[in-house]
Write a protein that binds this ligand. Sequence first.
Ligand SMILES: Cc1cc2nc3c(=O)[nH]c(=O)nc-3n(C[C@H](O)[C@H](O)[C@H](O)COP(=O)(O)OP(=O)(O)OC[C@H]3O[C@@H](n4cnc5c(N)ncnc54)[C@H](O)[C@@H]3O)c2cc1C
Length: 419
Amino acid sequence: MSFPHETQVLVIGAGPVGLAAAIALYQLNIKVTIVDGSSALHKGARASIVHSRTLEVLETLNLAKPVIDKGTPADHFTMRGKTEELLTVDFSLLKQDTQFPFSLLISQELIEKIFVEEFEKLGGTVHLNKKVISIQPIDNSDNVTVFFEDGTSIITSYIVGADGIHSIVRTTAGISFTDPFTGKQYDDPKGSYELIVVLSDLFLEEPLPEKISRNALTIHLDKFLLLLPLRSADEGNGPFWRIGINFPNGADVPKNPSKELQKLINERNPWPTPITISSIISASRYRVRVAQADKYHSTIGNTNILLAGDAAHIHSPTGGQGMNLGICDAIAAAQAIHAHIHSDSPKPERDEIFAAYSTNRHIIGRRVIGTTKGLTTVINSNRGWRRLIRNAVFFVLDRFSFAKRAFVWRVSGLVNRDV
Ligand SMILES: Cc1cc2nc3c(=O)[nH]c(=O)nc-3n(C[C@H](O)[C@H](O)[C@H](O)COP(=O)(O)OP(=O)(O)OC[C@H]3O[C@@H](n4cnc5c(N)ncnc54)[C@H](O)[C@@H]3O)c2cc1C
């Protein structure tokens, strides 16, 4: 499909969040165009879990089934300590509450592939190599012109900014990006990292230590070693493993850790059976800072822009929340735009729709950031008295079903149904 000169809604960014927004808008019969600056969809180790609440929201777009079909439903995950199982997070406790009482193990790459296929089935096209370089208001109009690096442009009435951490939509609208708990700017040169982790997708030799689950997440907290089985996006390429290795703040971790990965795994492996790499698909260092857009809605000229996904929030991947939160933002943004387009109310009341989007998604985002900060503190507490406190907290969580259920309720995202 040739690139249009104008559109009703421009979605900037074709990560999982932009793609979810584009599908939702298309299904709502809104003329939507989605662009991405890169030449191909992203590869490499990123998100790998879809939680219950996200599946409920995807179900409204008929997307839950295609996603579940390609993933592995895990009804629990296990956190281990020095010798013992410390805590089993049991998603089957949610059986009475949701039709999806599990966390789905699936790579972000595969989700993006499914979303692109579903968008194309609807008749949509993802326009790659379209890097946005500026967004200019048009005098006496509710529209803006969006300019691309390749010299082309498009006129639009609404923008969904799903363009990731360094969002041009957010910066053009002048929305600040700060840690909602400390007030620190995202790009503060003095800011420290909340978490440093090496993430790798790889194939491992059999036999593996028997304590490693084949159909769920296994985390050894004392050694910080995380293992998760995933299916490949390339049919026939077989299942592979995601490994995560955590480092303390200030640790000197190589940017490209492939060469040292086997050594790192040997150091962290708490079991007598070796974990041996057969081949590495990708390995990278990931340093996490925390930030949230002060608001998720603004205007450029008279054009409404909504932020969604990493453009609106960034935090630790602990608990696997980022992509989940972003996909839920995206679908809420599409619904808000639909309601705005079809509202007969006078402008101030009509604009309340976007104010509500901003307020509600900000509340949920802040709540998720709080949860990931808490979980990150827990996983960083693997020495001395902090470790003792961590074990005591897990002891309580593991023994008392109401505490365990409250924890699962939060991690699954079902806690956010009420906003
Ligand atoms: C190592 C790692 C591990 C993670 N683990 C998890 C996890 O376990 N669970 C979880 O839920 N989340 C996890 N996350 C977070 C998750 O990957 C992100 O939340 C998710 O990718 C956000 O999706 P997005 O679509 O908002 O942004 P992105 O995926 O970053 O997509 C943004 C898109 O915008 C495009 N873009 C940017 N600027 C422009 C421009 N000017 N013009 C046009 N296009 C532009 C980019 O090319 C990109 O394709 C992890 C992230 C990382 C990096």
